[in-house]
Structure formats: C-alpha cells, structure tokens
Design a protein around this ligand. Structure first.
Ligand code: ZN
Length: 313
C-alpha cells in the first residue's frame, strides 16, 4: 500500500490523531480529524506534502464515528464518505436519535447506581457534537466488503472502542489501517454506546473489544497504521501485553467488591480524583472491568430495585 500519514492536532487529552492518504485506483483519505481550524490546516498541508489538494480526495473512509476521526468529512464536499452504518446516526444528528440517546443513557446510568443529579451532566457531553462532521454517508461498509478503488483491501468489523469501529487489511501485504483498535502507547477505552440496532440493550464494550483484539491477533497483520501515535509492528505481543494489564486491573477491582457494590460506587473509589470531571469515561472503564469479571465467573451480578450490584465470586 502506498500510505501517506497526516498528523492532526486535536483539543482532546489523547493528543494528535492520524489520517492516512492511500493512493489506489481511487485517492482515499482514511479518517479526517476533528472539526477545528487547526485540524483543517494540518489536513490541507498534509495533502500538499503528498502532492495533492483537498479537492483531489475522491473518498473519505472512516474507521469509526468519534469526533477526533470524523470531523472534517465536511471539507470534502463531493467526495464519497464511507463508514459503518452506525456513523450515519452521528452525522445526521436527528432529534429522534438524540432523544433515543438520552433515554438509553438515563436507563443505563440509573441501573449502574448513578445518582440522578449527575445524569444531566453526563448526557450533555455527547462527545462534543460540534466537532463532528455533518455529511451523511454515501455508502455503508460492512464485514467482508472491499474498500472501493482498493482491490484486496478488506473490511473487518471490530466493535468495542466504538460500535462503528472498522479496520482495513490489505490481503497481500497484511498491512492494516487500524483506527483506535490497537494503539502504540495507550489502551483504548471501551466506551459505553447505544447499540447499532438502537435497542435498549447495552453492548458489553470491553468484551466486544477483547473479541476484536483476539480477531486482530489471528489476522497476521505485519504493520498497523494507528489512529494515534506510531505505527505498530509487534501486533501479537502488544495484544498479549494489553490482555495481561487488563486482567491485572480487573483483579484489583475484584478485591474491592467483597460486598455488593454498584458501578458508581466502585468508580468513585477507583477514580477518586477524576471521576467528577470525567464521570462518563470512568464509569465506562469500570463497567468494562465488571463485565469482564462477570464473564470470567470472577464476580456475580444481581439486580435490586432496578440497580445492578456486583460482588466478588
Ligand atoms: Zn481516536
């Protein structure tokens, strides 16, 4: 694959985000940064560095819908915009979708023992909607598809970090455009998000994420172009390392739940200093560990008066 990396600044704690320009039969940009002025300039100059203008890009393919990746689709008017069908909800941002979103999260948060007074604050975040793009997708991509204009570049659905997450693997070279599935330096947060089918059923993000990592491990990828930081070449060993650390974190939490404990209670203990500022993120992180413990038979879960309690098993 002929890949040109473009590093884009973001206003988020994660730091810079990467986009990748790939020249095949079609000129394709994978991911498009957050919708800020600084990011726009970085994309423009990145394309120039590869010998192209904004208008030369024929299609934008999104690894997932998060705002640090899906903002500047708006700069590529006339290009095809491709991604998982879930991305489309976030592009269109209909009142129906946001009403559903609020209903979904209110139910989940109450079940997780979050006091009602915190809920409006969590709902307000919605991933900084103004930094998202607003162009509906022109084509949906799904498992098994080939990226148009790139023969042999296969689509794999890899949910967990985002319900819309896709990676793209070149069948010949085993190189991969990997989004945030596996990052060089940080583990990806298994964010709680509404499910693709818009039911009230909560996806168990960390379990999905682990399954996606296991899948990636079996794909024999030689080089991953990642959403943040450097390319990753030691895919299998890095995945093993992440599983090891994750298990360690979960076992630490297990020792804290000798008595029946809600996710909210566990989160306030685990993240004493930051849970107030980052309640949504920290609740997602803890819930992931709790799902993991229950799945492994290391904890039990019981609902009382509409609230889930977790206890060491
Ligand atoms: Zn990201």
């Amino acid at each position: 694959m002929e890949v040109h990396k473009i590093v884009i600044p973001t206003p988020y704690a994660v730091g810079d985000v990467n986009a990748f320009l790939v020249k095949g039969d079609t000129l394709t940009l994978f991911d498009a940064g957050p919708k800020t002025e600084e990011a726009y300039e970085a994309i423009k100059w990145g394309l120039r560095g590869a010998g192209y203008d904004m208008k030369d890009v024929e299609q934008v393919v999104l690894t997932h819908h998060h705002p640090d990746h899906a903002g500047w689709v708006d700069a590529f008017v006339g290009a095809d915009i491709l991604g998982h069908r879930y991305v489309d909800y976030w592009m269109r941002k209909t009142p129906e979708f946001f009403a559903y979103y609020d209903r979904f999260f209110t139910k989940i948060l109450l079940e997780q023992g979050v006091p009602e007074k915190y809920i409006p604050r969590i709902l307000k975040v919605k991933g900084e909607v103004e930094l998202f793009g607003t162009i509906p997708l022109t084509k949906f991509l799904q498992e098994g598809d080939e990226v148009p204009g790139h023969p042999g570049l296969k689509v794999y659905e890899t949910p967990g970090h985002a319900q819309s997450h896709l990676i793209f693997v070149d069948e010949a070279t085993r190189e991969c455009i990997g989004g945030d599935l596996l990052l060089e330096r940080t583990s990806s947060n298994p964010l709680v998000e509404p499910p693709v089918e818009m039911s009230m059923e909560r996806p168990k993000s960390l379990l999905q994420y682990n399954a996606s990592l296991k899948r990636l491990r079996e794909l024999g990828v030689t080089k991953m172009y990642t959403g943040h930081g450097k390319e990753v070449t030691n895919v299998a060993s890095l995945i093993d390392d992440r599983f090891e650390k994750q298990k360690h974190r979960a076992m630490k939490l297990r020792d804290m739940i000798e008595q029946p404990t809600t996710n909210f209670e566990a989160t306030t203990q685990l993240f004493e200093r930051i849970y107030q500022q980052q309640l949504g993120l920290t609740l997602s992180e803890t819930l992931g560990q709790l799902d993991y413990l229950v799945d492994e038979g290391l904890a039990e879960m019981e609902m009382r008066d509409g609230v889930y309690f977790y206890k060491k098993a």
